[in-house]
Design a protein around this ligand. Structure first.
Ligand code: GAL
Length: 661
């Protein structure tokens, strides 16, 4: 990392030249050192088919560079021009009720449409050729928020692609029929062409069909991204990213596999601070060799014609920036620089207003810049410390829950609740994709992943055999790769290899079933796996209600480590305590370091340098927090010695504690 970036989305195509010049001077004055441009500019640079002129962009990028501002250049494929869509309904995105999208917003095109792919390749090539080596361009962003507004497409092109996808996956129609169990309800197919897209039906589609259509969508958008990245790479060595986030219909492991660095957007309000922290802890780990970017966030509030959020409390933006930079972000950027004069997001928060004056968030932006400068020397010479605890994240799991919601499970929400237990315990944690390397971790949690691949199970068991502890569940492992039920054991290969025995799988919500573990009793809920008490260690026992006398938490020794099954979700505040006790117990057993404590609402991000370790302690809740230092340390900013003991962290403020090895 050469420097820390502080940036904003910039739309010079929407303003007169003098305004653009004024904006560039203004950005320079307040320290904005990067802009992201061009993600919606297609019709401006190709007003008529084939008439591409990117000289406007070349000039803007030059002017920015002359003012010390770098550029992340976007491909504009999220908003194809009218000449592509006019009188061509067959090129548009179609939803599951058959509604054809009209021109006017964004993501209105089907990204699998051949004509779209062709035109997208041409415009991307023109940009890569013309700008790929231009001084000032430091990154590429593909498109904008793939699959943010639209999920699966049901157009005729997608129908053909869907059949090709299935044929490639299953080879023969018989293998598909067997895998999906299509004798059910006379679904049996004679050829791939007969397989419907999962559009309207009187009742529900087959789970396999639904989940596979989502996986098809994930794979096709990742394929489009790869196609675009390949074009750019033939003209430009500049790293490529995409601004994703966890609720889009994407398989990010697949998407980022072919990109160079990870980025995300978030508009979380302060009440959802844990979700904000979780995103930083996830995106830091998607591309381990490159720092991540927070590509878009609001200076204060988001808004559109439909709704608006409340402004951030004064100071919260600074805490967000400290957390992101300390967690490994190279860039912290706003959407957007100048409030839009037109469109559907005219009310959205920005750095300056449409009339060029500071907005309500402006003062905080100046503060973020002060902090960026203050932190830069530290962050350029240290790195985020890999956690010893990892929580597995899976977009494929999200697709399974979209198909089978187990009474309304929202993957992101339930995972965030689980993640909050680690925050409460003050345990440093990484969120990692299923494919991630497990080296260096001591405790791995795999909650809420209905399907675990055999490869994942084998690799994780190897991690356990070497001494790792693996907490599996709730809701993990009960489904196959085709979204069917296993027929050998309830939890399939995992159950067989672990030697545990699952007796029943059923819901526990609303049954007054409660269990006991670690001296805590709590109600149990969610779709649960109930284990026998014969084999292994019984850590949690169902005391009353459904399945009473059996186990809901089991521990199975394996090699030097353990597999711990959490079969049910302990509910309410007692349940939270129980899950925390479970995590704490196994973190301790795995010898996870838990040295430094803070009060709730104050976070710690550990970093590592050549001869010292650092703890960035930041207050996120706006109430004065406290950190307890276990040993004599140094205050990095003032260089003063800090004896062990308690120190205050003022609202949204931060401290860096240095500790020499
Ligand atoms: C993002 C999008 C931006 C802008 C922003 C408003 O999802 O990428 O273009 O619409 O939301 O919050």
């Amino acid at each position: 990392m050469q420097k820390l970036y502080h940036g904003a989305a910039f739309y010079p195509e929407l303003w007169e030249r003098e305004v653009v010049e004024e904006d560039i001077r203004h950005m320079q004055k307040i320290g904005i050192n990067v802009v992201r441009i061009g993600e919606f500019i297609w019709s401006y640079i190709e007003p008529r088919e084939g008439e591409i002129d990117i000289s406007f962009l070349i000039n803007v990028i030059k002017r920015l560079k002359e003012h010390g501002i770098d550029t992340v250049m976007c491909t504009p494929t999220a908003t194809p021009p009218i000449w592509m869509s006019y009188q061509h309904p067959e090129r548009m995105h179609v939803d599951n009720e058959g509604t054809v999208m009209s021109h006017g917003a964004r993501q209105h095109f089907c990204t699998n449409n051949g004509y779209f792919r062709e035109k997208a390749a041409i415009i991307t090539e023109a940009l890569a050729k013309g700008l790929g080596k231009l001084p000032g361009v430091i990154g590429w962003q593909l498109d904008n928020e793939f699959k943010c507004h639209v999920g699966e497409c049901y157009c005729e092109t997608c129908k053909v692609e869907w059949h090709n996808f299935l044929e490639q996956k299953y080879q023969t129609i018989d293998q598909l029929n067997t895998a999906w169990g299509t004798q059910i309800w006379s679904q049996y197919y004679q050829s791939f062409e007969q397989i419907p897209q999962p559009s309207s039906t009187p009742f529900l589609h087959n789970a396999s069909l639904l989940t596979m259509y989502k996986i098809f969508t994930h794979e096709k958008i990742a394929e489009f991204a790869k196609e675009q990245a390949t074009i750019i790479r033939s003209y430009s060595d500049i790293p490529i990213t995409h601004n994703a986030t966890v609720f889009f219909d994407l398989d990010q492991a697949l998407l980022f596999e072919n990109l160079d660095f990870a980025s995300f957007d978030t508009y979380a309000v302060q009440e959802n601070v844990s979700s904000y922290m979780m995103l930083c802890d996830l995106y830091r780990n998607i591309k381990k060799d490159s720092p991540f970017w927070l590509m878009e966030t609001s200076t204060s509030f988001s808004a559109s014609l439909e709704r608006y959020a409340s402004p951030h409390p004064d100071g919260y933006l600074q805490a967000e920036a400290v957390y992101a930079y300390a967690a490994g972000a190279e860039g912290f950027c706003y959407w957007l620089w100048r409030q839009q004069r037109t469109g559907c997001e005219i009310a959205h928060g920005s750095v300056i207003s449409a009339w060029g004056k500071p907005t309500i968030g402006y003062k905080n932006v100046l503060e973020v810049e002060r902090i960026r400068q203050e932190l830069e020397p530290l962050l350029l010479h240290t790195e985020p410390l890999q956690a010893e605890v990892a929580i597995c994240y899976s977009d494929r799991a999200k697709a399974y829950f979209q198909t089978e919601a187990f009474n309304g499970v929202q993957y992101k929400q339930i995972l965030t609740d689980f993640y909050e237990r680690f925050i409460s315990l003050g345990i440093h944690r990484d969120l990692i994709m299923e494919q991630a390397d497990l080296d260096g971790y001591k405790l791995l949690c795999t909650p809420f992943i209905p399907y675990l691949s055999s490869e994942y199970i084998q690799r994780t068991i190897a991690f356990v055999e070497k001494g790792g502890i693996w907490i599996v569940g709730p809701l993990t492992g009960g489904r196959t790769k085709d979204h069917t039920i296993q027929t050998d054991y309830a939890l399939g290969e995992l159950e067989k290899l672990a030697g545990v025995q699952a007796l029943f799988t059923n819901p526990l919500d609303g049954t007054n079933t409660y269990g006991e573990a670690f001296g805590i009793t709590a109600d149990l809920g969610l779709w649960s796996t109930i284990f026998d008490v014969e084999k292994g260690e019984n850590i949690g026992i169902i005391k009353d209600g459904v399945g009473a006398g059996n186990a809901f938490i089991k521990e199975m020794k394996r090699g030097k480590g353990k597999i711990v099954f959490l079969g049910s979700l302990p509910l309410g505040s007692q349940g939270e305590k129980m899950v925390e006790a479970l995590i704490h117990h196994y973190a301790k057993e795995a010898a996870v370091k838990m040295e430094i404590k803070t009060t709730d609402g104050t976070a710690i991000i550990p970093r590592i340098g050549k001869d010292a370790s650092y703890w960035v302690v930041v207050n996120m809740d706006g109430k004065t927090g406290e950190v307890t230092l276990p040993k004599k340390s140094v205050d990095w900013k003032s260089n003063q010695i800090l004896e062990s003991g308690k120190y205050e962290i003022p609202p949204y403020d931060y401290r860096v504690i240095k500790y020499h090895f």
